[in-house]
Design a binder for this molecule. Structure first.
Ligand code: RB5
Length: 149
């Protein structure tokens, strides 16, 4: 299950991504926002992020105008590794090197075609599991555990 979240700035792109996921037969859950009214991205980022930490969802795709605000909000939730990606190289590396569990996109930065390519790479790339990358991701998890105490 893929967790989706956006603010008003990311709503249109989120709808395109939902159509894309549906066409691929991929399941998702949309945590809002659901209309064009101006709203606050941390609200939707945090509820969708919690669904990933709880295990209800495996990965997330979060969208705002730039991808920046919603990624900052998501990364406040221990266990979340959200990466803003503007190209497929970043999408591949955030999975292979960082084991990112949230892809953050900027709807005012990317055209839809590029965004959908980024989504596809993010969803199809596994964590490499190489020792140096595992060690670094374990360090990130340790930092999360320190923040909880
Ligand atoms: C909303 O206008 C915009 O600030 C928001 O979508 C996002 O870009 C913030 O990082």
């Amino acid at each position: 299950m893929i967790a989706l979240a956006s603010d008003h700035g990311g709503l249109e792109l989120k709808r395109s991504i939902m159509e894309h996921l549906q066409s691929k037969g991929l399941e998702f859950k949309d945590f809002g926002t659901y209309n064009e009214d101006s709203c606050d991205y941390p609200v939707f980022a945090v509820s969708a992020a919690k669904s990933i930490v709880s295990g209800e969802c495996g990965r997330g795709i979060f969208i705002c105008g730039t991808g920046i605000g919603i990624s900052i909000a998501a990364n406040k939730v221990p266990g979340i590794r959200a990466a803003v990606c503007t190209d497929t190289y970043m999408a591949e590396k955030c999975r292979a090197h960082n084991d990112a569990n949230v892809l953050a996109l900027g709807a005012r930065v990317l055209d839809t075609s590029r965004a959908l390519k980024i989504v596809s790479i993010f969803l199809s790339t596994d964590f490499s599991g190489k020792e140096r990358h595992s060690r670094r991701v374990e360090m990130l998890k340790y930092l999360d555990s320190q923040m909880l105490n």
